[in-house]
Design a protein around this ligand. Structure first.
Ligand code: CUA
Length: 311
C-alpha cells in the first residue's frame, strides 16, 4: 500500500499500517461497487418497468433459484472474508512481539507523559526505529484514548488499569499523538509527538536525559513540569492555555474571581499547587486537579516553586 498520506488516510508509518489500509480499501471499494450496482439496477428497473398506460399490468415473477442462492452465498462469503481478514489484523495489532521495548504512558487532563525503563520521563514519545515498542498505558483521572494516526494504533487509556498498544516504525520522522476520547476543557489540545530515531540517537537521548542526582532545584522543577504534565495548561512563553502562563507569574499581582487579589510570592505559588481551588485567577476556569498535595513531596513542591520563579 501507498506509504504517503492521501485524501483518505494519513501516511502509513508502522509495520501494520499497510495491512490496516489494505483492509480499509477492500471494504471501501467493495462498498462502492455494491452501492453503485444496487442503485443503478434500481434506477434502471424503475425506468424499464415503469407503467406505460392504465392497461399496463406487470407480468407475474416466479422464483429464480440461481439468483436467490447467489444473494445468500455471495454476501456470506464477502462478510466471512472481511471477518477473517479483520480478525487476523486485529490479532496482529493486539499481540506485541516478545522482544518489544516497553514504555509506560501516563495520561491526565490534558497531557501525555512517557516513562522509560531507566526512569527518564518525557513529554514526547521517543522510540528507536525498526524496534517493536509496547506501551503500557494508564490514566490519572478520566478516560483518554491514545491514537497515533500514522501507526494505525488506538486504545482507550483508563484510570485504575493498564491498556496496551504496540507498534514498530521503520521510518525516522515525527508523528502526532492525539487523544480521541472527549476528556474535558482542553481535550482538543491534548496532543503529543512520537519521535522515531535511529537506535544510536535514541540511546544517546536516553542517557542524556538520565537524572544523575546533581540537578539544582529549578532543574528538578523543570523535570517535574514535564513529568507531571503541567505544560499542558501552563505555558512558559506567555501563550494562552487552560491555566495561567508561568512567564512573569512570580512576583506579579494576581486578581481572583472572588474580587480579591494577592502578590504571587512563594506561599502563593505553593498554595496554588497544593490547593488550586482556593484562589481562582480571573479569566480561568477552575479545572486544575487537586491531587498534588498527595502526590508531590515537599522537595518536589520546592523544586516547582524554584522553577516557576525562573520565568
Ligand atoms: Cu484526553 Cu481527550
Amino acid at each position: 500500500m501507498n506509504q504517503q498520506s492521501s485524501i483518505w488516510l494519513p501516511e502509513a508509518a508502522s509495520t501494520i499500517a499497510g495491512d490496516v489500509d489494505a483492509l480499509f480499501y477492500f471494504i471501501l471499494i467493495t462498498s462502492i461497487i455494491l452501492f453503485v450496482g444496487v442503485i443503478s439496477t434500481m434506477v434502471y428497473f424503475a425506468w424499464r418497468y415503469r407503467r406505460r398506460s392504465d392497461a399496463d399490468r406487470p407480468e407475474p415473477v416466479y422464483e429464480n433459484k440461481l439468483v436467490e442462492a447467489s444473494w445468500v452465498v455471495f454476501p456470506t462469503i464477502l462478510v466471512a472474508v472481511v471477518f477473517i481478514w479483520g480478525f487476523k489484523v486485529f490479532l496482529e495489532q493486539g499481540i506485541p512481539p516478545p522482544n518489544s521495548y516497553e514504555i509506560n504512558v501516563t495520561a491526565r487532563k490534558w497531557s501525555w507523559t512517557f516513562t522509560y525503563p531507566n526512569g527518564v520521563v518525557s513529554a514526547d514519545l521517543h522510540v528507536p526505529t525498526n524496534q517493536p515498542v509496547k506501551l503500557r498505558m494508564t490514566s490519572e483521572d478520566v478516560i483518554h484514548s491514545f491514537f497515533v494516526p500514522a501507526f494505525r494504533v488506538k486504545a482507550d487509556v483508563l484510570n485504575g488499569r493498564y491498556s496496551y498498544v504496540w507498534f514498530e516504525s521503520p521510518k525516522q520522522d515525527t508523528f502526532i499523538v492525539a487523544c480521541t476520547e472527549y476528556c474535558g476543557t482542553s481535550h482538543s489540545d491534548m496532543y503529543s509527538r512520537v519521535i522515531v530515531q535511529s537506535q544510536d540517537e535514541f540511546d544517546q537521548w536516553l542517557s542524556d536525559n538520565m537524572d544523575d542526582g546533581t540537578l539544582t532545584p529549578a532543574e528538578r522543577g523543570q523535570r517535574l513540569y514535564t513529568q507531571q504534565g503541567c505544560f499542558a495548561c501552563h505555558s512558559l512563553d506567555g501563550s494562552v492555555a487552560a491555566g495561567p502562563t508561568f512567564l512573569g507569574l512570580a512576583g506579579s499581582v494576581r486578581n481572583f474571581t472572588d474580587g480579591t487579589s494577592a502578590e504571587a510570592d512563594d506561599n502563593y505559588l505553593r498554595t496554588s499547587i497544593v490547593n488550586p481551588m482556593l484562589q481562582i485567577v480571573e479569566g480561568y476556569p477552575p479545572v486544575m486537579p487537586g491531587q498534588y498535595a498527595a502526590t508531590l513531596s515537599v522537595d518536589d513542591i520546592d523544586a516547582l516553586v524554584a522553577f516557576i520563579k525562573e520565568y
